[in-house]
Design a protein around this ligand. Structure first.
Ligand code: PSU
Ligand code: MN
Length: 298
């Protein structure tokens, strides 16, 4: 009753054909207009190129829309005052009929309700730097521990404390798989200096792994880490100084809570003169493609 599933998505799910969920916070809070709209559209085409049906998820008019029309995408990309929704405020947005975009956590909840098993995004949230005093740990990690959806991403955003993020995922029993890599990728960069806990080399192997995982330990998700393509990457050493600048500014200006991630991402786009945005677009497209291939093998 709280879900409105797009007819094409519904037909695909009923016919057991592959569907890939896409989040909408990347559109409303992760990128500027009009690049956000171009990205939203290209993510959908990448999913189609990979042989699956895309379902971009957002809250509009008091329902969770699973699959948006192109006019809806266009409207969302330039809409103001959109709530960034996670598990804590998803029901509120429905009850109070607010407009909201879904983060990784909220998209996983919606995908699971709709029966979608694979979801593509840019990068997951994680343990923020200084979390030992701020307690700022993304609800994405808890969701990964409890909701049965595989998330294809380019690692955790490198603005985070990556070693702590990996520790948290390990404690909560979330498998982290490097796709064709031994490194845990760092969003804009293919490497982070950290080892990926697990590795698999084909979409078919990943799909098989997910089936086994959900058979013996149902209820949780998995993180599938797909490094940004070489041609689009910004090396980790170079990113480090941009990230340090943006993170310390956020701290200095007292940016808190949900505003932290959007603020830092936007500042990094400014600091890099738009280069980080192009990388972000490329990695998200790359993830949409892989997610479709995995979904096709499930
Ligand atoms: N990845 C991106 N851009 C984004 C995000 C992820 O490339 O904007 C969003 C996702 O929706 C993710 C959220 O779930 O940032 C994490 O926010 P927080 O750290 O406040 O939990
Ligand atoms: Mn947070």
């Amino acid at each position: 009753m709280h879900l409105k599933i797009d007819p094409e998505v519904r037909r695909a799910l009923q016919g057991k054909r592959p569907v890939v969920a896409l989040e909408s916070t990347i559109i409303t809070h992760g990128m500027p207009y009009p690049e956000n709209l171009a990205t939203a559209r290209s993510l959908e085409s990448q999913v189609r190129n990979g042989g699956a049906v895309p379902a971009t998820i957002a809250v509009i008019g008091g329902v969770i829309c699973v699959g948006l029309s192109d006019p809806e995408l266009e409207w969302l990309a330039s809409a103001k005052n959109v709530l960034k929704l996670s598990r804590n405020d998803l029901a509120y947005a429905l009850a109070a009929k607010k407009i909201g975009s879904t983060t990784v956590a909220a998209t996983m909840i919606a995908a699971h309700l709709a029966g979608i098993k694979v979801f593509a995004t840019g990068g997951i949230g994680g343990v923020h730097r200084g979390a030992e005093t701020s307690f700022d740990i993304s609800a994405d990690l808890e969701e990964l521990a409890r909701t049965q959806v595989a998330v294809v991403c380019a690692g955790a955003k490198a603005i985070l404390d990556l070693p702590k993020t990996l520790e948290y995922l390990e404690t909560r029993g979330v498998p982290v798989i490097g796709y064709e890599t031994d490194e845990f990728p760092a969003f804009w960069s293919r490497t982070s200096g950290l080892k990926s806990p697990l590795r698999l080399d084909t979409p078919a192997e990943i799909a098989h792994f997910l089936e086994v995982k959900w058979e013996i330990t149902p209820g949780g998700g998995a993180v599938i880490c797909n490094p940004v393509p070489q041609a689009d990457e910004i090396p980790f050493q170079e990113m480090r100084s941009y990230i340090d600048t943006a993170v310390s500014e956020a701290d200095r200006y007292g940016i808190k809570g949900k505003a932290v991630t959007p603020y830092i991402l936007a500042r990094i786009v400014e600091i890099t003169g738009g280069r980080s945005l192009r990388t972000n677009m490329a990695l998200a497209q790359n993830n949409a493609r892989l997610a479709a291939e995995i979904a096709s093998h499930l």
